[in-house]
Design a protein around this ligand. Structure first.
Ligand SMILES: C[S@@+](CC[C@H](N)C(=O)[O-])C[C@H]1O[C@@H](n2cnc3c(N)ncnc32)[C@H](O)[C@@H]1O
Length: 153
């Protein structure tokens, strides 16, 4: 089993891109980790771009039941609850765990109805690039909780 992170386009902000690589490296100490970046259609009108990105995520995640989709409209958890949520998946799920972050325009309401798990990092809206970093840090933090490793709490 591995953890996959899927999103449209590479992170452009160089300091964020560096942080992203650092956290992926840190998470890889605990579990195999794959970042899947696909090219979006940035020149298309907004609704077409969103539909394209949703299709690409769906194609790449395999089973939608394994998909954890990031949206401020999803379920909020504290870091300990999130660690338990992840631990349960690690213990009982045989397929890969897949997280997907939207592009700058997010997802459509219809996509949210497809049965994947919706996860919120906060009720506040972050840029897609910030949301990637916060997600990665929380996944890393969850592993330090699961493995009882010293980390700032
Ligand atoms: C700029 S936001 C798009 C916001 C848009 N209003 C929406 O409803 O999706 C871009 C992406 O960042 C992620 N994101 C931003 N804030 C988030 C939050 N508080 N919790 C979870 N994901 C978030 C989501 O994946 C979102 O699709």
């Amino acid at each position: 089993m591995k953890i996959k992170f899927i999103w449209p386009g590479e992170t452009k902000e160089s300091c964020l891109s560096k942080l992203e690589s650092n956290y992926i490296k840190k998470i890889s100490r605990f579990i195999k980790c794959e970042k899947i970046v696909f090219k979006s259609r940035f020149n298309e009108e907004k609704s077409k771009q969103i539909a394209f990105e949703e299709g690409e995520i769906e194609k790449r995640c395999g089973n939608l039941n394994n998909l954890i989709l990031l949206t401020e409209k999803g379920k909020e958890m504290d870091s300990f609850e999130f660690a338990k949520f992840l631990e349960k998946k690690l213990n009982f799920q045989s397929d890969d765990i897949v997280f997907a972050v939207g592009g700058e325009n997010g997802f459509s309401e219809n996509f949210f109805k497809k049965g994947m798990f919706l996860l919120s990092l906060s009720k506040m809206t972050f840029t897609h690039e910030f949301a990637r970093i916060i997600l990665l840090e929380q996944v890393y933090r969850a592993f330090t909780i699961i493995k009882n490793i010293k980390y700032q709490r």
